[in-house]
Write a protein that binds this ligand. Structure first.
Ligand code: NAD
Ligand code: TYD
Length: 355
């Protein structure tokens, strides 16, 4: 059955990949996005002229806009990706994070609650509010500690993680208090096509192609659990279809790597894919830079629940996922050029003191 889904933040990295997946599955998508520096309308260019895809330029903090969309499109679900998502920016200017991530999610929940009260009991029970969150809410692990489970207490360390934790608690509370059928997913670091180059992997790829330095914070031994974005989107689709309201689901790649492992693999793959580049070996571009304040040492996600209860499993390995990612960045020079202009350039200049 064709469903109507309001996706917020659908012009960003994960949101755009999710919109494309839902259109392939035949669902109608209404994408509400205010297009911050991270929102790129080119991400969904392939859907131009698609009658089952609607883009709405608006802010999740604006209750009138949200109410109007709910009344007009009568969705079966809301999937909330809209967020300020970069840790370094949250250290620099945390207020936007509280505004969008906490206040924006609260306003969406309030409008969803009112909307669900206008539905028949059957439709209200079938409605879903899926809030997309992060493993960073659990804090940092020591080298020998067990991976995060859904029972791990929240201990967010950055303003970004704290703002996501606040919004997760609100989503949970709306289930327990009002029985709004909310679900929360907490996923690990995503990578793949259409990721804005402020995050590690696209930054490394874009810099390496241009022969710019590859900045590695601190000793490069911080560990992240890497997940290919399409595997994440499949998990979200399953949670929407089969997840239990009120429940949290961890999503991870079972792929713990240090940042040095990542930069080494990206450089080796680029050497193979672009053997004639004058920057071979690309690893000569690696530069150690000042560490991020309060830099979390290790994240690792135990995703047994979603594997056992919903039958999800990540399909890509790091090498297959990175190969697809590199191919995408090499084949999409128009997209790459578009993000090399404007706000992105200013940000990169300020963060790394380079052009
Ligand atoms: P992104 O920064 O690429 O995209 C965010 C999108 O939200 C952009 O299109 C932006 O324009 C939009 N947006 C921001 N504020 C808005 C507002 N107030 N109203 C409407 N739209 C707004 O982010 P992403 O990497 O795609 O992440 C999506 C979600 O997944 C976020 O909630 C993030 O916390 C979560 N997450 C991301 C990762 C990751 O590795 N990227 C990992 C775990 C969780
Ligand atoms: P990032 O992609 O910003 O994701 P997060 O901080 O949400 O995990 O960073 C991933 C890791 O890479 C993290 O340990 C910080 C590190 N990093 C660098 O070493 N250099 C960089 O230029 C960036 C952006 C990140």
């Amino acid at each position: 059955m064709k469903r109507t889904i309001i996706v917020t933040g659908g012009a960003g990295f994960i949101g755009s990949n999710f919109v494309l997946l839902e259109r392939l599955r035949g669902n109608r998508v209404i994408n509400l996005d205010c297009l911050t520096y991270a929102g790129n309308i080119l991400n969904l260019r392939g859907l131009e002229g698609d009658p089952d895809y609607v883009f709405v330029h608006g802010n999740i903090c604006d209750r009138d806009t949200v109410r109007q969309l709910l009344e007009q499109y009568r969705p079966d679900a809301i999937v909330n990706f809209a967020a300020e998502s970069h840790v370094d920016r949250s250290i620099d200017s945390p207020e936007d994070f509280v505004q969008t991530n906490v206040v924006g999610t609260f306003r969406l929940l309030e409008e969803a609650r009112e909307y669900s009260m206008s539905l028949s009991p059957k439709a209200a029970a079938a409605f879903r509010f899926l809030h997309v969150s992060t493993d960073e809410v659990y804090g940092s692990l020591g080298p020998q500690e067990q991976a995060f489970t859904e029972q791990t207490p929240y201990a967010p360390n950055s303003p970004y993680a704290a703002s996501k934790a606040g919004s997760d608690h609100l989503a949970r509370a709306y289930y327990h208090t009002y029985r709004l059928p909310t679900l929360v997913t907490n996923c690990s670091n995503n990578y793949g096509p259409r990721q804005f180059p402020e995050k590690l992997i696209p930054l490394l790829i874009m810099n390496a192609i241009q022969g710019k330095s590859l900045p590695i914070y601190g000793d490069g031994l911080n560990v992240r659990d890497w997940l290919y974005v399409e595997d994440h989107c499949e998990a979200l689709h399953l949670v929407l279809e089969k997840g239990k309201p009120g429940q949290m689901y961890n999503v991870g790649g079972r792929c713990e790597k240090t940042n040095l492992d990542i930069v080494g693999t990206v450089c080796a793959l680029l050497d193979e894919l672009c053997p004639d580049s004058s920057f071979v070996p690309h690893s000569s571009l690696i530069t150690f830079v000042k560490d991020r304040p309060g830099h979390d040492r290790r994240y690792a996600v135990d995703c047994s629940r979603i594997e056992k209860e919903l039958g999800w499993k990540a399909k890509q390995t790091l090498s297959s996922g990175l190969k697809k990612t590199l191919d995408w960045y090499l084949d999409n020079s128009e997209w790459v050029d578009s993000v090399k202009t404007g706000a992105y350039r200013n940000w990169v200049k300020r963060q790394y003191n380079m052009d």
